[in-house]
Design a protein around this ligand. Structure first.
Ligand SMILES: Cc1cc2nc3c(=O)[nH]c(=O)nc-3n(C[C@H](O)[C@H](O)[C@H](O)COP(=O)(O)OP(=O)(O)OC[C@H]3O[C@@H](n4cnc5c(N)ncnc54)[C@H](O)[C@@H]3O)c2cc1C
Length: 480
């Protein structure tokens, strides 16, 4: 198995059994799962309220459910609208050959070494293969997550979609869950939205460029794309981020000719990932004041996200690839089965267009949050930046509390929304980290789980106090 060898054959079952025995032993040593301590709660209509609903069975959802169980919160329901084994982007629309982040990042393991990707990899391929591994092949990461799901005992209800959530009279959260055309409602004390990179908004395509085109003539990089259909076609890719280059490479691998367009004069070179990966930022960002947080976000946006060198290297020099820097699109049209693109460098043509235009963050764009979005505070409701640091799109991000919880736009209007935790990329301006990156998962998880524990305990404190033994009749405080 050489470095970056992509011919991943899937996990080696035999070798894994030893590791699984070790995991079981270690969890036992850690008295996993902790004894349950969360008392049952019923809503005013007598319906039992689950303790926590986790929306999303990807890395963040699995890790959250496991971590809650470790802390004695067993009443956790995890749903995912995707079929089992197809959670997240990894084998759906992630077209990079390897993860973009370093192999040593941990996260779902919640601090248990034998649950890390490294332990899982090494027990199958040995330490020298680990040393030789540069980055984690993307399908392999998915297999690791499926193994983690199995060994951590997290149950996911697949094919179940969160369709709506709103407050109940008793201040809890009522959700509507849809599956196989039927829907049911349920009540929860906390809802964790571990619903992916776009979970606090949506993947974005510029409507002025897509409106003139038939839907069959374009895709966003987050869409499934029939790459074989592009063989012999001219493909126009808009964007210069990681996903744009990955889509270009995948189209080239399937025999297309690719033009990649972006407005900037050249590729971004400044790599700021290392700055984001230091513990100070990961743990301390949430404690900054709004002006400081905004300064970081404004800088991050100005920096942009450079495409990884490996993604650029995959296409640069390819005979059928052309990169058009400083070439913005002005408008599109569709004539005689072809896409006509008016660019700042003149007219261009293509058979298919791929938009590597990322996502926008605004809760009102999320159908399942339609009832919540008007009630939730956004950055523009709480902070006005200096004119020099204006960034209107950051203003639309939700303004979250330190436990990733939504906050009320108008005090007293919807206290229940504090029971909804946004554990995805939209949390970045408020908390810095989230489940939506391997980098932030580890520290974000501790912050999220800590906040849910505190709230569940405080909410049911009277019950805990009532359950606390009383001193026998004869003794009074301090008397031994
Ligand atoms: C193309 C791509 C490449 C990336 N590469 C890297 C990388 O190399 N390294 C890194 O650290 N990070 C990377 N990231 C960022 C991040 O780590 C991933 O997005 C990761 O998948 C986030 O995990 P998650 O569990 O938060 O979300 P996901 O893995 O996306 O899982 C979210 C799940 O929520 C489900 N869901 C969404 N809405 C609902 C709903 N309403 N009801 C029910 N289920 C719902 C979805 O079906 C999905 O399965 C990448 C992201 C993308 C998009």
């Amino acid at each position: 198995m050489g470095a970056d060898d992509h011919r991943w054959q899937g996990p080696a079952a035999g070798a894994l059994s030893e590791l699984e025995a070790r995991v079981t032993y270690e969890l036992d040593c850690l008295s996993f799962p902790e004894a349950s301590w969360v008392p049952e709660v019923f809503d005013t209509n007598g319906q039992r309220a689950g303790a926590v609903l986790v929306v999303g069975g990807g890395q963040a959802g699995l890790a959250t459910a496991f971590a809650l169980k470790r802390e004695g919160i067993h009443d956790v329901t995890v749903v995912d609208r995707n079929p089992s084994g197809r959670e997240g982007p990894w084998i759906n629309f992630a077209r990079m050959l390897t993860l973009r982040t370093p192999k040593y990042l941990t996260g779902p393991d919640y601090g248990i070494p034998s649950l890390t990707f490294r332990a899982w990899f090494e027990c199958q391929h040995g330490a020298s293969a680990w040393e030789a591994l540069q980055r984690i092949p993307t399908p392999m990461w998915m297999d690791y997550l499926l193994w983690f799901r199995k060994i951590s005992g997290v149950e996911v209800s697949n094919g179940v979609e969160l369709a709506d959530c709103r407050g109940t009279l008793s201040g809890l959260v009522e959700v509507k869950l849809q599956s196989a055309g039927t829907s049911r409602s349920a009540v929860f004390r906390h809802v964790v939205l571990a619903n992916g990179m776009d979970g606090g908004g949506c993947w974005y395509t510029p409507p002025e460029f897509t409106r003139p085109l038939p839907r069959s003539a374009w895709a966003h990089t987050s869409d499934p794309i029939d790459l074989e259909m592009l063989r012999g076609c001219r493909v126009a890719v808009l964007g210069a981020g990681a996903s744009a280059f990955d889509a270009a490479a995948a189209a080239l691998d399937h025999g297309a000719t690719v033009d990649l367009y972006f407005r900037r004069a050249g590729l971004l070179k400044v790599e700021h990932r290392a700055w984001l990966e230091q513990a100070g930022f990961l743990r301390g960002f949430g404690a900054l004041d709004d002006r400081q947080k905004w300064a970081v976000m404004h800088r991050l946006l100005s920096l942009g996200a450079p495409a990884p060198e490996s993604a650029v290297a995959r296409v640069i020099g390819h005979a059928s690839f052309s990169m058009h820097a400083g070439t913005g699109w002005i408008e599109t049209a569709y004539r005689d089965g072809r896409i006509q693109i008016t660019t700042s460098a003149g007219p261009r043509e293509a058979d298919f267009a791929i938009f590597g235009t990322g996502a926008r963050y605004d809760l009102s764009m999320r159908p399942e949050l339609a009832s919540v979005a008007p009630l939730a505070a956004r950055w523009c409701d709480r902070f006005t930046p200096d004119e020099t640091q204006r960034a209107d799109e950051v203003g639309l991000y939700p303004y979250l509390g330190r436990g990733f919880e939504l906050l009320e736009r108008v005090q007293g209007q919807a206290p229940w929304i504090k029971r909804i935790h946004l554990f995805n990329y939209a949390a970045t301006p408020s908390v810095g980290v989230s489940g939506s990156s391997g980098t932030g998962l580890k520290t974000g998880l501790q912050r999220l789980v800590g906040a849910i524990i505190e709230r569940l305990y405080v909410d049911s404190f009277d019950r805990h106090l009532a359950a606390m033994p009383w001193p026998s009749q004869s003794t009074s405080p301090g008397e031994s």
